[in-house]
Write a protein that binds this ligand. Structure first.
Ligand SMILES: Nc1ncnc2c1ncn2[C@@H]1O[C@H](COP(=O)(O)OP(=O)(O)OP(=O)(O)O)[C@@H](O)[C@H]1O
Length: 259
């Protein structure tokens, strides 16, 4: 059964559509990229799925997770179906609550004992490359670096055991070394963790993590393809420009190329 089905998603502000008639789907265990330039509607799409649209905006259309229909209109909570990894990890965590308690919360809510929740929290932290799990569990978010915090947020999202993980520009606030590490971790998220929707303007990140992509421009889908096809044979001029620009960012410096 399709893990996520979005049909005719339209997001409007005072009657003006900012995202219009968007269709896409994610199969179980699939990682899908939502690509597009700034202002194309990626974050609003994520916000509509997560029930986090700004006040005054309304979403219409059909949303189904594992066959269950979820009303979009008036949606103001993510529910158990979705877990999110946001751009700014510090803002996603409660600074006054030890990380161990924050990680344990969704596990305890799922019926695990305190001891089981602590054990699984340690395993989750290890799975995102945080070795000193006991220290992390005792820490407050203000005591960790941005890269460590984003890994804690990925562990927290996995602890929610949601059907769909939504990662909205998860590496934007990180330095290049941590960006690479977080991309590696997301690429390694097992297919058993449900579907993953990666929101990004970074084609290289999408290629590393996702098998398929949907490209948005001005709130509309302009292209949808498997990653190798999208990169080898982009059909829309915007996608072609995005592919060219990603290629040129890896090209050797002009003077070296000319030598
Ligand atoms: N709170 C808001 N109020 C009014 N308009 C908004 C609001 N948030 C987004 N928009 C508009 O909706 C459109 C889509 O914005 P969105 O943030 O989804 O783009 P995006 O593709 O995620 O861009 P970026 O990569 O810069 O985050 C843009 O035209 C934007 O100006």
């Amino acid at each position: 059964m399709t893990a996520l089905l979005v049909q005719g998603l339209t997001i409007s502000l005072h009657g003006k559509p900012l995202v219009a008639g968007l269709d896409f789907s994610i199969e179980p265990g699939e990682k899908l990229a939502l690509l597009g330039s700034s202002g194309s509607g990626k974050s609003l799409t994520a916000a509509a799925l997560l029930g986090q649209l700004p006040a005054g905006m309304e979403a219409t259309g059909m949303l189904r997770v594992n066959g269950k229909e979820i009303p979009l209109r008036g949606r103001r909570l993510a529910g158990r179906e979705f877990a999110a990894i946001h751009q700014n990890p510090a803002a996603a965590l409660n600074p006054l609550v030890r990380l161990g308690r924050q990680l344990a919360m969704p596990l305890r809510n799922a019926g695990l004992s305190g001891r089981e929740a602590r054990e699984i929290s340690r395993e989750l932290l290890a799975s995102v490359g945080l070795a000193d799990a006991d220290r992390m569990l005792r820490s407050f978010s203000g005591e960790l670096s941005g890269g460590q915090l984003q890994r804690v947020c990925i562990a927290l999202a996995l602890a929610c055991r949601a059907d769909i993980l939504v990662a909205d520009e998860p590496t934007t606030a990180l330095d290049v070394v941590n960006q690479a590490r977080v991309l590696e971790i997301l690429a390694g998220v097992p297919s058993t963790a449900g579907g993953l929707l990666l929101i990004t303007h970074d084609l290289a990140a999408a290629e590393q993590i996702c098998g398929r992509a949907v490209v948005l421009q001005d709130g509309r889908k302009i292209e949808e393809a498997h990653m190798p096809e999208l990169i080898a044979r982009p059909r829309h001029p915007y996608t072609a420009a995005m592919v060219d620009s990603a290629r040129s960012s890896f090209a050797p410096p002009l003077e070296v190329a000319a030598a």
